[in-house]
Design a binder for this molecule. Structure first.
Ligand code: PLP
Length: 372
């Protein structure tokens, strides 16, 4: 029995008819950029996230970059990011011209350490980008309480669509938030897509301008912009999937709880730690094991699509080598990078599939020296 890390086919079957009908209407009108479908999705996603405004863009990385640019962040500024994130968080900062300042994570939840973030603030710091890693909202209210008022918070919610913390939904924390509709995310398009959410009308307006060639009206370009919009065809897919997202996230939670139960009796596996107040949406189910690479190889040999998110902390990538931060700079993030293992998890995963994953994982640990 082969078990993929994610299975997008089942999700497609659930929305196939609705997507086909919606796409037929778009094709009939041959209006492929903008239009009522995009506006409708933006309104639906803003409501879903509990934010006043949503602006669709071409992908999640652009969403982060435009959020920063809307705050007038650029060369000479510094932005604090967690060392353990997908590269895009840091990439977006670097693309504005600002300097990336990585910080370490909490050793248990692997979310950004608010104290470390506050300690990294200098007179040049303009923003901190907490990442809702693996589908769990970062401790943003704690971060806010520790940061000077002039330092903005830009939530990277690419992995947390629908997640809650203290009764609030991901995408509504901070001054502005970015998300990604990359196909494998909890809310995935059929190609690239992304969005910014915020309560601030001025920031939303600025993001919309940046994604549309800096143009509020045709052939007027008061500012230098980009071309980065959410396609009409993708908006149709996203509206259809958004209607089902709460249910899919609940199914992920059920599967995550099942893993926790099944793994409780397996020595040498550390299951994910949920921070108090959080209701995660389990974008990824990440355990920790010693001898991770050997275990991963055995899982792959048995047809199980486990993965590593992410094997190299930002400061140790070639892209950020010029930060001059070597090994040892962020011990918690570095240690985690060597132990983390993402197990297959998607809303439709069956009990039998999970039993097989756990049984192969348990067998893989036998013979590996375990001191997790
Ligand atoms: C996926 C992801 C992004 C970037 O999204 P793209 O749509 O692929 O550009 C940013 N941050 C995190 C944490 C992500 O997981």
């Amino acid at each position: 029995m082969n078990i993929p890390l994610v299975d997008l086919a089942a999700q497609h079957r659930a929305v196939a008819d609705e997507v086909a009908a919606g796409w037929a209407r778009v094709l009939e009108k041959t209006a492929f950029v903008g239009g009522p479908q995009v506006t409708a999705f933006e309104q639906e996603y803003a409501a879903f996230s509990g934010a006043a405004h949503c602006v669709g863009v071409g992908n999640g990385t652009d969403a982060l970059e435009f959020a920063l640019r809307a705050l007038a962040i650029g060369a000479g500024d510094e932005c604090v990011v967690p060392a353990n994130t997908f590269i895009a968080t840091a990439e977006a900062v670097a693309r504005t011209g600002a300097t990336v300042v990585p910080v370490d994570c909490d050793p248990d939840t692997l979310l950004i350490d608010p104290t470390a973030a506050a300690a990294a603030v200098t007179t040049r710091t303009r923003a901190v980008l907490p990442v809702d890693l693996y589908g769990q909202v970062a401790p943003i209210e704690r971060l806010r309480s520790l940061l000077p008022a002039n330092v903005a918070i830009v939530e990277d919610g690419a992995q947390s669509q629908g997640a809650q913390r203290g009764g609030r939904t991901a995408g509504s924390f901070g001054d502005i938030a970015a998300t990604s509709f990359y196909p494998g995310k909890n809310l995935g398009a059929y190609g690239d897509g992304g969005a910014v959410t915020t309560d601030r009308a001025d920031l939303a307006e600025r993001v919309r301008l940046l994604g549309a060639h800096g143009s509020p009206r045709k052939y007027e370009h008061p500012v230098l912009g980009f071309n980065s919009r959410l396609d009409t065809l993708q908006a149709v897919v996203l509206s259809a999937k958004l209607r089902r997202l709460a249910g899919w996230n609940a199914d992920r939670r059920t599967a995550a709880d099942r893993y926790a139960e099944m793994l409780a009796g397996v020595d040498g596996v550390v299951t994910p730690v949920v921070a108090e107040g959080n209701t995660p949406v389990w974008h990824l189910y990440v355990v920790r094991v010693a001898q991770r690479d050997a275990v991963l190889a055995k899982l792959h040999a048995a047809g199980i699509g486990a993965g590593i998110h992410y094997p190299t902390p930002v400061h140790l990538t070639g892209a950020f080598a010029d930060l001059g931060l070597g090994e040892g700079a962020f011990p918690h993030a570095e240690r985690a990078a060597g132990e983390i293992l993402s197990l297959p998890l998607f809303p439709e995963i069956t009990v039998e599939q999970q039993e097989r994953v756990v049984s192969v994982l348990a067998d893989s640990l036998v013979g590996e020296s375990v001191h997790a």
